[in-house]
Write a protein that binds this ligand. Structure first.
Ligand SMILES: *Cc1c(COP(=O)(O)O)cnc(C)c1O
Length: 374
């Protein structure tokens, strides 16, 4: 699905010397690379504050903690997403309110938001799934109208750009109250272990997020609030600082691979009788964290097995929407139909997508898919 080794080998010299420098300095926690990387990411995103933390799930949790929500307060989240987006809501004793996704973009359905609202609604977590932005302009307008916080789950879309109707552009993760991202190795900006960050333009909130991630203390051993211990290792920051310089190249390589898959599948199946290629939203660029097709006629699992027999990996992200997960059954309020989420779970298939794909590798994958349908 990914080729982390191939990607490493192309930047081996840079990475090795950065890692050796950290080891040499033995500043494993809170070393200079952490601040340097955060500053470079602020610059890249055009955001005033990037607060690094231990992983993307912590970023979401700390964000919710910083907003002073009370048990029973409701947070709107799409039903078709990675579990972390909703897990943190439940963990803090808040109520996840699940809404459906747009079956073309896999992102939160804006029309479903009004039906999800109650007197206890406090926040929305839009997830920029698979690499493109949710339709943020109407979502932000809705949030403003109803006084809701917006926490963007940007774990899969770092580098993607949203265009507002007046032509203004913004990077995903910088539009809401707080943006959260993950540096898990297979993410578009991945480190060599776990890592994550929060993004905000609010100075006071930045300070609070920093404090919560550091045991609720501003001054060492003086604890103002209950916090947690969530840090980005210096070694990971050093790796990320190198990889950030290559992020735009990485996005371009993914987009080129996606364009090739799309062109070949459209040529094979112009009427989409067998499969549907990803639909690119008109208001966002797509950084293709995943290249996710929809397989028609209930044949997804058969195609997946067929590919596996030929040594070609593929993955189902995600096989069970949140409303059907045991852990969520008793804590969730569902709002409206979630049929698109169920439908997506039954037919999506993600094909290998990474920065090291060659046309030759893609041809093997594409030809195997085509031969399945013939
Ligand atoms: C990866 C991911 C997360 C969590 O990130 P971790 O670093 O693994 O904790 C959250 N949300 C989404 C959509 C993700 O893909």
């Amino acid at each position: 699905m990914v080729d982390l080794r191939g990607q490493y080998l192309r930047i081996k010299d840079e990475v090795d010397s950065a890692v050796m420098r950290v080891i040499d300095q033995t500043a494993f926690i809170g070393g200079p690379a952490v601040k340097e990387f955060a500053a470079h990411l602020e610059e890249y995103l055009g955001a005033p504050h990037v607060i690094p933390c231990a992983n993307g799930t912590d970023a979401l949790q700390i964000s919710l903690m910083a907003l002073d929500l009370k048990p029973g307060d409701e947070v709107i989240v799409p039903a078709f997403t990675y579990v972390a987006s909703a897990e943190v809501i439940g963990l803090l004793g808040l109520t996840p309110v699940m809404v459906d996704v747009d079956p073309r973009t896999f992102n939160i359905c804006i029309d479903a938001l009004p039906g999800a609202l109650s007197a206890r609604t406090k926040a929305i977590i839009p997830v920029h799934l698979f690499g493109q932005s949710c339709d943020m302009e109407p979502l932000l307008a809705f949030a403003r109208e109803h006084n809701l916080y917006v926490i963007e789950d940007n774990a899969q879309a770092i580098g993607a750009e949203y265009t507002f109707s007046d032509g203004r552009r913004a990077k995903t993760g910088t539009m809401g109250t707080i943006g959260c991202t993950s540096f898990f190795p297979s993410k578009n900006l991945g480190c060599y272990g776990d890592g994550g960050a929060m993004i905000t333009s609010d100075d006071q909130l930045a300070e609070k997020l920093r404090m919560i991630a550091n045991h609720g203390q501003r001054v060492k051993y003086h604890h103002d609030v209950i916090g947690c211990n969530s840090r980005l290792d210096t070694l990971q920051a050093a790796v990320l600082d190198i990889k950030l310089r290559h992020l735009d190249e990485y996005c371009a390589a993914r987009a080129a691979a996606a364009a090739y898959y799309t062109a070949r599948f459209k040529e094979f199946d112009p009427e989409e009788r067998y499969l549907q290629v990803p639909v690119q939203s008109p208001c966002s660029t797509h950084v293709y964290h995943q290249f996710t097709i929809k397989v028609n006629s209930g044949r997804r699992d058969d195609l997946k097995s067929f590919l596996a027999e030929r040594g070609i990996p593929s993955m189902v992200y995600y096989p069970l929407p949140l409303q059907h997960q045991e852990a969520f059954k008793h804590i969730t309020r569902s709002a409206g139909s979630l049929e698109n989420s169920s439908e997506c779970s039954s037919c999506v298939l993600s094909l290998p997508m990474h920065t090291e794909l060659t046309t030759a590798i893609q041809d093997r994958i594409i030809e195997a898919v085509i031969s399945f349908f013939h």
